[in-house]
Design a protein around this ligand. Structure first.
Ligand code: BDR
Ligand code: CA
Length: 316
């Protein structure tokens, strides 16, 4: 069954693959893409969301800009990984429509209020700033979320921006702390599993050969990721793991963990800790990596689904 889905994202190479995966998967009725500064600034990630939708032939889906900066600190610059355009220099068409007026959290809250409680999911692929603003500004609306599945953090894995800190949490630790404490139906998808779902050059060649727009663009994006992050046999598909969990939770193993977030300013700002006083969060700690990758490849190489008659933004 298709679930109403909001993708909150900072595209971003792996965000783009994740969005393309959602758009070709019948489990998701993508109602809107909300953007957050993270991998690159808010104007670029918002334009990128529109470019990805244009490539997928889904210019009917609205893009709504969100937070331009973390709640209370300066953001990172990751142009060395995602390129100065955020999408590794891969060719995408221009957006077919202008973004809606923001801010994203108001749009998300209105969507949650318009639909029965528990029927709207949020897939969060970037820093949690927009979701923290939703919790702060519209807590009643936030309590209506069906599922909140967020890529972020590292539990037993080493970090990717600090010894134990992962980018999405480190980019806005205060936001993550607010979201973890909010009692939302949250599943966190950390590096502990996203580093187990990896694409090789053989995988990108297979995707490219299939010739579907989503598969070809994903192949180009992962190849760009290979170029920017140096040598190695394979690349982790961080953000697509959120979509894969939403589609097939049985491929993952969840652990209830009490987590704390390092909200300091040291080299491990944003690192997660296991703490008896912390809020309990459901964390995906294991994954059947080969099966998850096979599902991603199967979906991206399917012929694109027909575009629905009614624009997603007009549904209520
Ligand atoms: C996360 O950081 C970003 O750079 C990726 O898009 C992903 O969301 C991985 O740590
Ligand atoms: Ca991301």
């Amino acid at each position: 069954m298709s679930r109403i889905t909001i993708i909150d994202t900072d595209p971003g190479i792996d965000d783009a693959v994740a969005i393309l995966l959602a758009l070709v998967s019948p489990e998701f009725d993508v109602a809107g893409i909300t953007t957050v500064a993270g991998n690159i600034g808010i104007d670029t990630v918002t334009r990128n969301a529109g470019r990805i939708l244009a490539l997928a032939g889904r210019g009917d889906i609205p893009v709504i800009p969100g937070a331009a900066a973390p709640l209370s600190r300066k953001g990172f610059d990751t142009a060395d990984i995602h390129g100065s355009d955020g999408l590794g220099g891969v060719t995408f068409p221009e957006p077919v429509s202008e973004p809606l007026p923001g801010p994203a959290w108001t749009w998300i809250a209105d969507m949650l209020d318009r639909h029965p409680k528990g029927t709207v999911d949020i897939l969060a692929l970037g820093p949690l700033t927009n979701i923290a603003m939703l919790v702060r500004e519209r807590p009643e609306s936030a309590s209506r979320i069906g599922r909140l599945i967020a890529m972020g953090g590292a539990v037993h894995e080493r970090g990717n921006v600090g010894p134990r800190a992962e980018f999405n949490i480190a980019a806005d630790p205060e936001a993550a702390d607010i979201v973890f404490r909010a009692g939302l139906p949250l599943v966190l998808v950390p590096l502990d599993v996203t580093r187990r779902v990896r694409a090789t050059k053989a995988d990108t060649a297979f995707l490219r050969e299939s010739g579907t727009p989503a598969a070809k663009a994903s192949a180009d994006l992962v190849d760009a990721y290979f170029q920017s992050t140096g040598s190695g046999e394979s690349r982790p598909l961080h953000d697509p793991c959120v979509m894969l969990f939403a589609m097939r939770p049985d491929l993952f193993e969840l652990s209830p963990l009490r987590l704390s977030v390092d909200c300091g300013f040291g080299e491990d700002a944003g690192a997660l800790g296991l703490s008896d006083d912390g809020p309990e969060v459901s964390v995906a700690m294991k994954v059947l990596g080969a099966e998850a990758l096979a599902l991603l490849a199967e979906r991206l190489t399917r012929p694109p689904p027909p575009v629905p008659d009614a624009p997603a933004s007009s549904r209520n």
